[in-house]
Ligand binder design. Structure first.
Ligand code: CDP
Length: 197
């Protein structure tokens, strides 16, 4: 079965949590595409060379979840040659036999516009920054500033800017528990699977 769930949305919206839960529930493979950009940014040097030469081991670094790695990721993510170098791998993952969930910024719009399910997961900047702060600690105001800066760069870039696909189901999780958000997402996927007969 070829079946793709595309999850897009701004920083720390809960895409990863929902993606992992959907993958576990339906037995799909899961790819956190943000990790690809984080790994490219963390490698340093020429970002295009880093993207072209990216190997699975690069995704294992322990420092990829930091605020700095997020900033570095969004800076290299504006470079069209970096994005182009990562497209094929993501497309193949999305359309591999057995079903796949990918979360990122451009999955439903650029990587897999034919995805059977598209979710746009969002929440207010304050709620998202609070959630990220619970993960990384430090100065809460700094985390909010980081989230806002990254969102502005991701939405404002010319190549594959962050936006909801026209046919995406929007899930605003500002006032939802994780369980409620996951339940909504599961219901959307179940409906799409039933629709296929
Ligand atoms: O976990 P969080 O939502 O904060 O970020 P992430 O998904 O790990 O993505 C880190 C950065 O990579 C984003 O701010 C984007 O600039 C970039 N990214 C992208 O351009 N396209 C994707 N499909 C995924 C991430």
């Amino acid at each position: 079965m070829i079946f793709t769930v595309a999850i897009d949305g701004p920083a720390a919206a809960g895409k990863g949590t929902i993606g992992r839960a959907l993958a576990a529930r339906f037995g799909f493979a899961h790819l956190d595409t943000g990790l690809l950009y984080r790994a490219v940014g963390a490698k340093g040097g020429d970002p295009v060379a880093a993207a072209v030469g990216l190997v699975p081991g690069d995704l294992e670094r322990g420092d990829l979840r930091s605020l700095e790695a997020g900033q570095a990721a969004s800076r290299v993510a504006v470079i069209p040659e970096v994005r182009a170098a990562l497209v094929e791998f993501q497309r193949r993952f999305a359309r591999a036999e057995g079903g796949a969930v990918l979360d990122g910024r451009d999955i439903g719009t650029v990587i897999c516009p034919e995805a059977e399910v598209k979710l746009y997961v969002t929440a207010s900047p304050e709620v998202r920054a609070h959630r990220r702060w619970l993960e990384v600690g430090g100065d809460q105001a700094l985390v909010l500033a980081e989230v806002r800066e990254r969102d502005a760069r991701d939405m404002g870039r010319a190549d594959a800017p962050l936006r909801a696909a026209a046919d995406a189901v929007v899930l605003d999780t500002s006032e939802m528990t994780v369980e409620a958000a996951v339940a909504r997402a599961i219901a959307v996927v179940e409906r799409a699977l039933e629709g296929r007969g």
